[in-house]
Design a protein around this ligand. Structure first.
Ligand SMILES: NC(=O)c1ccc[n+]([C@@H]2O[C@H](COP(=O)([O-])OP(=O)(O)OC[C@H]3O[C@@H](n4cnc5c(N)ncnc54)[C@H](O)[C@@H]3O)[C@@H](O)[C@H]2O)c1
Length: 325
């Protein structure tokens, strides 16, 4: 089996999860770990017998890299991706892909020109329950979808990049992008968003801590998404939940599984699916991106919906997703 050698740009909490999962895969080696915080780069390098860097361009000078992971704060996207693309290296980048459309479109164009494999960290698409929901829905028209992402992630250090609007885009962009992406993946493209946003509890941060967005889908379906950042940090059971109404039926989708009605009975279903790291490494090895469910250009569409919802919440007016850029 051809060995796949990986470099990391960003060695924080999320990157460490990818590193652990990669180290369990056969034929994968982490060769470079880069973080602007030297200690993080060094700790990761020690754990995986890799070379630490504090400048990604120095790491990219290596001639043994087969692929790159970028797991960065939202505001830090842009130059790192463009440097990776210049070296024509396949990359997996974490969601959301950028803080604004200008950066995302620049990267999207560079990816298209270079023709490289990309994968965005929307790992919920690969879940067995998601694929089951896709099979059940098939070509059927969805009437309405109701999504929620209620978490306590807004609680904690108000100075962390996550809790600053200019650095993370707030919950609708940084976190509920997963739910928005699942709405797109299971229901279809969103044309228009009308959102109300409030800061009710977390007065130390400049992000809304509760959001309520209504969506119009391209095929006429309608939907809503509620998000809270001020909820109980100990309860994740209301994070990434969708109720999808089609015909006279209901699919209740969660990260843990799927409930649906069969012959009048509510049936709980689960199924296994491949992990996103396995899919990405396999795509590099085979030079075949067909199993990647969220390439860069697709993920840009999820970004646009978050940005439309944020703008609507700020202006109080409905926003068409195509006007976002
Ligand atoms: N897919 C998921 O379910 C999931 C889960 C958690 C986080 N994430 C995403 O992962 C990304 C990182 O989140 P995190 O929680 O690990 O954040 P983090 O702050 O723990 O890690 C980010 C790291 O990037 C480093 N960094 C910043 N600029 C850099 C640069 N130019 N070069 C190299 N390193 C740089 C920081 O020093 C930090 O160590 C975010 O986009 C987040 O949304 C995704």
């Amino acid at each position: 089996m051809q060995e796949v050698r990986i470099g990391f740009i960003g060695c924080g909490g999320n990157a460490n999860g990818h590193m652990r999962r990669l180290s369990d895969l056969e034929g994968v080696r982490i060769v470079g770990t880069c973080d602007v915080q030297e200690e993080r780069a060094q700790n990761a390098a020690k754990s995986y017998n890799a070379q630490p860097y504090t400048n990604h361009n120095l790491m990219l000078e290596r001639d043994d890299l087969d692929g790159i992971y970028l797991s960065l704060p939202v505001f830090a996207h842009g130059a790192p991706e463009l440097d990776v693309i210049e070296r024509r290296l396949p990359f997996l980048v974490e969601k959301p892909v950028a803080i604004n459309m200008e950066i995302a479109r620049q990267i999207e164009e560079a990816v298209a020109a270079a023709g490289i494999i990309t994968c965005v960290g929307y790992q919920l698409r690969y879940l067995g329950s998601t694929q089951l929901a896709r099979q059940v829905l098939g070509e059927k028209a969805v009437n309405m979808v109701v999504g929620k992402y209620w978490s306590g992630s807004g609680r904690g250090d108000p100075n962390a990049w996550l809790r600053q609007m200019s650095k993370s885009g707030g919950q609708l962009l940084e976190q509920a992008t997963h739910t928005i992406d699942m709405m797109r993946y299971l229901v279809g493209e969103v044309e228009e968003v009308y959102a109300l946003s409030a800061n009710r509890v977390l007065k130390a941060i400049d992000c809304p801590d509760n959001n309520c967005a209504t969506m119009k889908f391209a095929d006429g379906a309608i939907g809503s998404l509620t998000t809270s950042w001020s909820y109980d940090p100990g309860d994740w059971s209301n994070a990434n939940v969708l109720d999808i109404l089609y015909e006279d039926q209901l699919i209740h989708w969660t990260v843990g599984g799927l409930d649906m009605r069969e012959h009048g009975e509510v049936v709980a279903k689960t199924a296994s699916g491949p992990g996103i790291d396995e899919v990405f490494v396999d795509a590099i090895r085979k030079g075949d991106a067909s199993k990647i469910l969220s390439p860069y250009s697709d993920a840009v569409k999820s970004l646009a919906i978050s940005l439309a919802a944020i703008q609507s919440g700020e202006t109080g007016a409905p926003v068409s997703v195509s006007s976002i850029g």
